[in-house]
Unconditional design. Structure first.
Lengths: 419, 317
């Protein structure tokens, strides 16, 4: 009994103290690790580009371009690819933790949001020149007159058609809305629809609606105008004819391409990013034409799509300058052509585009369409996303039974109340 | 480890008096030690549950835009966010869709799960194999099921309509393309996903019910239905509560399945609170409005949790 106490007493005293200190140590370590995880150390000669090239091929093409430009400028350029829908939110999070990459490739429709928040550097102050770049494409990378984003290539929508089906039916490629409606109806047979397009509830659907809205003189600031109503009524008519599948409201542009490739549609509205997939099926003979217009002789105005390279404001002028040089190299004439030939997109630079036309004559119609294309954010800037959501809801309501006029009136109310 | 900590204070009681060290100090130390063990859990809760929760509530009263990420400034704007969200017709729609979706899913999942659990509770050849096959939907990631079901339910080329067509049962059903049908289709897919979970937990509960009760019931001449109602259901009640609460929690916040199936469409027919908060925060980048919708979701869950705790307490008595 007596031998016990001296042993037990220190034992009692010792244990909690040790426990407390070790627990405290662990807590400090955990919190410390959590905090240091936020701040990212920038490495001297290593520059990071964040983009959405998660596809293996695009990732490889970009890596090659970055390696060439890095070598020329004596720096290492690293690529960090995240899914397209996450570029913006990821960049915002990085901005709040002061760990922005040196270059971010934004979808051009998202760039104004980041620019408006004050996150981008004027590329002209970094020495980038816009000589030889068509004005429309400079505007495409600008927000409120400041040039923030250099496009390497641009894209738009065109009418893709299955040549074999059109030849067998003995019909010409449609150029006006009336012709498109007639041709689509004629080509609808059995399980095959005359035309496929995306009216899905996301940006895809809005992107596809714009050529119809704009070619008819409609304006995204005035969604309930007769021109926009007429464009939507035209979509409704195609659906009522049976020339469009009822699933149109649930299709993305990739789904539309699948339908076209499977022979379930004779024609489709889609973009050049599908060309690589289309070419993988050798038995498919497709060609492209400009999107039909409401009246003969009217201008076919499509949406300008694509990404722009931007330099975020990291607060380090020296690094920003080098980042500007990397952007200039990647968006330079030579790299543009290489990239455009790989990806089937149209080079942004005028001379490169002319060269590209010679090398890919089959996509000539696309280059014409690009020249007349319009940027979605030109008029609304960062307000585009709200209008886009309202418009999605409107054409989906109209295509599933409501009147175009009522649906668009509601959309206009929603768009203006949201801003 | 536990035994030594428990016995040590007991054996130390006498010596402490003999050596006469400060008893208050010892007690303080012991309290400190106790807090030391609780502290990591408290810190974890505060850091990963408390902070985001408070942050979300605060954010719903702020004008929180992309600019905030740069300046760190989010001016308070009173109840502006709340007012604009509640005035939005879409919010009312989304709330209603969420309620219908949750009630419909839980009802379907639970009934089918219970029926299957009772069925598999009887032993028969290949029962084990079949039971494990039914678990498969649970193993498939939600987004994958969503994409596969979107193809199955396609109006023109989907397997389901083709199948219905061969039997002359109207193979042109607009599962996901009609605003009147889409919510129902999404609920059906979610029921399919939720059946295994319900079945597994309820099956486990059934196995726990003593066989003697059934023997007694059959001796008393109870019918199968009477046995189910008077023996199975009451004995299963605690398990049922758990299944429904967990099911509710995972259903009310649904997002991934709907994004994969319909993206909230067509014409916002499948827009729920989950998709609305996602759309507000990550498409429109209006984080204040997104936070409002998120708070409403939390509130709904909290109300349900209170009912659950109440039910548990009365049961304990």
């Amino acid at each position: 009994m007596t031998a016990h106490p001296p042993v037990a007493a220190p034992h009692l005293r010792e244990r909690p103290r040790r426990a407390v200190t070790s627990l405290a140590a662990v807590s400090v370590l955990v919190v410390g690790a959590a905090l240091t995880g936020c701040a990212q150390q920038r490495d001297g000669d290593v520059y990071t580009v964040m983009n959405s090239s998660t596809d293996e091929t695009y990732h490889r093409w970009d890596a090659e371009a970055m390696a060439r430009c890095g070598e020329r400028l004596g720096v290492t350029v690293e690529q960090q690819s995240v899914p397209a829908s996450q570029v913006m939110t990821k960049a915002l999070r990085m901005a709040s933790s002061k760990s922005l990459p040196d270059i971010v490739q934004f979808d051009a429709s998202e760039m104004p949001t980041f620019a408006e928040a004050g996150g981008l550097v004027d590329l002209r102050t970094l020495g980038l020149e816009t000589d030889g770049v068509p004005e429309g494409i400079v505007d495409f990378g600008s927000y409120e007159g400041t040039y923030y984003g250099a496009a390497r290539s641009v894209n738009t929508l065109a009418l893709f058609y299955n040549k074999d089906i059109l030849d067998a039916a003995g019909v010409e490629v449609p150029t006006t809305w009336d012709e498109l409606r007639r041709t689509a109806k004629k080509l609808t047979q059995g399980k095959r629809y005359g035309l496929a397009l995306s009216a899905g509830g996301a940006e895809d659907g809005v992107f596809q609606f714009t050529p119809f809205m704009w070619s008819n003189g409609g304006d995204e600031r005035d969604l309930d105008s007769p021109e926009v109503v007429e464009a939507l009524d035209y979509w409704k008519a195609l659906l009522q004819d049976g020339s469009l599948s009822k699933s149109t409201v649930n299709w993305t542009q990739a789904d539309v391409n699948d339908q076209f490739m499977a022979g379930n549609a004779a024609m489709m509205i889609n973009g050049p990013w599908q060309v690589e997939t289309l070419n993988s099926k050798e038995s498919l003979h497709w060609e492209i034409a400009r999107i039909p217009v409401p009246e003969p002789g009217a201008h076919s105005v499509g949406p300008l799509g694509g990404a722009v390279l931007t330099v975020p404001d990291t607060g380090d002028p020296e690094r920003q300058k080098t980042a500007g040089r990397i952007v200039a190299c990647m968006a330079g004439e030579e790299e543009q052509l290489t990239y455009a030939l790989n990806s089937w997109m149209v080079p942004a630079h005028g001379k490169a585009a002319a060269e590209w036309r010679e090398q890919v004559p089959e996509l000539d119609a696309l280059a014409d369409q690009v020249a007349a294309a319009r940027s979605r954010t030109a008029k609304l800037g960062a307000g585009w996303s709200g209008v886009s959501l309202a418009l999605q809801s409107a054409f989906q309501s109209a295509l599933t039974g409501q009147s175009s006029e009522a649906a668009l009136k509601r959309a206009q109310q929603r768009a203006t109340s949201g801003n | 480890m536990t035994t030594s900590t428990v016995t040590a204070p007991a054996s130390a009681k006498t010596p402490r008096k003999a050596a006469a060290p400060d008893p208050d100090r010892a007690r303080r130390r012991r309290r400190l030690a106790q807090w030391g063990f609780v502290a990591p859990a408290v810190a974890f809760m505060l850091l990963f549950f408390g902070y985001p929760l408070v942050r979300n509530v605060v954010m719903s009263f702020q004008h929180y835009t992309p600019k905030t990420f740069f300046t760190g400034e989010a001016p308070f704007n009173g109840t502006d966010n709340w007012a604009s969200v509640f005035q939005d017709v879409l919010f009312g729609k989304a709330l209603w869709h969420t309620l219908v979706f949750t009630a419909g899913s839980l009802l379907g999942q639970f009934c089918a799960g219970l029926a299957l659990a009772v069925f598999f509770n009887r032993r028969f050849p290949l029962g084990g194999v079949l039971r494990s096959l039914i678990l498969l939907p649970w193993l498939v990631p939600m987004v994958v099921s969503g994409i596969v079901w979107r193809r199955i339910l396609d109006q023109d080329t989907g397997v389901l309509n083709t199948f219905l067509d061969t039997f002359g049962l109207g193979g042109n059903t607009p599962w996901l393309t009609s605003p009147d049908m889409a919510l129902l289709s999404v609920i059906l897919v979610n029921i399919w996903i939720g059946i295994p979970f319900n079945m597994v937990i309820l099956y486990g509960g059934l196995q726990e019910i003593p066989k003697e009760l059934y023997e007694a019931a059959s001796l008393d001449g109870a019918s199968a239905w009477r046995t189910f109602r008077s023996v199975t259901l009451p004995m299963l009640k605690p398990v049922i509560t758990v299944v429904l609460v967990l099911g509710f929690m995972s259903t009310v916040k649904i997002l991934d399945l709907i994004l994969a199936l319909t993206d909230g469409g067509p014409a916002d027919a499948t827009q729920t609170l989950g998709t609305l908060t996602y759309q507000n925060s990550f498409v429109e980048l209006d984080f204040g409005a997104g936070a409002v919708v998120g708070n409403v979701l939390i509130l709904i869950s909290a109300v349900f949790a209170v009912f659950y705790l109440r039910a548990n307490r009365t049961e304990g008595k």
